[in-house]
Design a protein around this ligand. Structure first.
Ligand code: NI
Length: 257
């Protein structure tokens, strides 16, 4: 069995058949999925979905795209939502200088405030990072004491060198459908450089649909396709990777049951 460690089941593209998608996870080899909040509203929705379905867990937090609208109330809300037994992490949080939807200074401030929150709640953090490797490295260095509950870089797309820098924070690296894309050349260097006890898998559904379903809605069950590709790259057995990555997910997300 396999865990989709990062998806967005609150998305409106699951509005019509969410129940069917979730209830068919087991027969597709997916034991659990973690649905991830991006702001106040989606975090609330993720918690309610997780509370409704036994096999769904969730994370709450403000994505860098929405950092500009972040308030103290949001921090209080996430703290109170995190008391729910199904909330396993703070996320997704981070920096995105590719889109720059929020001012960079604000992205940094909101990221660090949520690192403090996660630390105070003894929860791991799920990091979204795009085109901001230098600033991320210095923020992690400055706030190292806040990282003790674990961090994961979701849909990791950085270099092998950056991965080795982040490994000093005992980071996990999660891989999604992007590793199946034709232009994903770097992954052949990056993936083998990650210790097997630090690898996670995800879909980021409904986004980033893997080959051969590109153009269609992504779903948690396609985590299987990501693992198949990873097994091919690593010259290993997919079943073994499923077992290892599931164990890793339980190590990182201590509230997973
Ligand atoms: Ni995401």
């Amino acid at each position: 069995m396999l865990i989709d460690t990062h998806c967005h089941l609150d998305d409106e593209r699951f509005g019509e058949d969410r129940k069917e998608v979730i209830s068919s996870l087991g027969k597709n080899g997916i034991s659990r999925a973690i649905t991830i909040g991006c702001d106040r509203e989606t975090s609330l929705k993720c918690v309610s979905i997780a509370d409704e379905y036994e096999n769904i867990f969730c994370a709450v937090g403000t994505h860098p795209h929405y950092a500009d609208g972040f308030t103290d109330d949001d921090l209080d809300l996430y703290a109170s939502l995190s008391k729910d037994e199904k909330v396993v992490a703070i996320g997704e949080i981070g920096l995105d200088y590719f889109y720059d939807f929020s001012p960079r200074e604000k992205q940094k401030e909101v990221f660090v405030r949520q690192l403090h929150l996660a630390s105070s709640l003894s929860l791991p953090v799920i990091i979204h990072l795009r085109d901001a490797y230098e600033d991320m490295t210095s923020l992690l260095d400055d706030n190292r004491s806040l990282l003790k509950n674990g961090i994961v870089f979701h849909c990791y797309s950085g270099s092998k060198e950056t991965a080795s820098i982040y490994s000093k924070y005992d980071a996990y690296f999660s891989f999604g459908g992007a590793i199946t894309f034709k232009n994903a050349k770097a992954i052949y260097e990056v993936l083998p450089s990650i210790p097997s006890d630090r690898i996670l898998f995800e879909t980021d559904s409904p986004y980033l649909t893997p080959v051969p379903y590109r153009g269609q809605r992504n779903e948690p069950k396609y985590t299987n396709l990501v693992v198949d590709k990873a097994a091919e790259i690593l010259h290993t057995d997919a079943e073994k990777l499923k077992e290892i990555s599931t164990k890793n997910a339980f190590e990182l997300f201590k509230k997973l049951k």
